[in-house]
Design a protein around this ligand. Sequence first.
Ligand SMILES: [Zn+2]
Length: 202
Amino acid sequence: MITEYRFCPICASPLALRSELEDAGLTERLRCPACDFTHWNNPTPVLAAIVELDGHVLLARNAAWQHRMMGLITGFMEAGETPEQGIAREIGEETGLSVSALALVGVHDFQRMNQVIITYHAVAHGEVRLSPELAEYRLLRPEQVKCWRAGTGLALADWLRSRGHEPVFMEWASAAEPSAPAPDDGAGQPGLHPSAPPGQAA
Ligand SMILES: [Zn+2]
């Protein structure tokens, strides 16, 4: 559900939709009539990881998801950290695994959630201990993983291609697209067989 700000975070006056001349021309945004605060509504950076453990890809299902899709490990980038530090932190928090190598896979928009998703391939080690946020996980060989046509699913497809696997997409996934739990990117693979990410969302 998209909620919109109603009050100025600086002076608490009610925000109003107002058009002003910006670099790109006259643009309507939520603005504060009292102090000139502008709600830019820029996309939020989300970090995602294709976690590789012993040659398998780890996909997990978020406990908040109503559907049975499995997806990549994702989380919001936090203040004071680099993207690499952030995704290593998320992987540690969500799976208990430690990361020995990170490589950028790509950057994708996820406009439905007003997010930009930065996806890494992470080589991980250790024993999987899921956080309560995740309900279950699967370890799949790369050729077993199915992709979805949004956010992290596109990054996963790029990564599979780079490893010599032509990605297979779940065609029904877009129709049954999950009501995106933040900060997911709507990724996921169905729990139908040992494959893919949480709805491989985002
Ligand atoms: Zn204000």
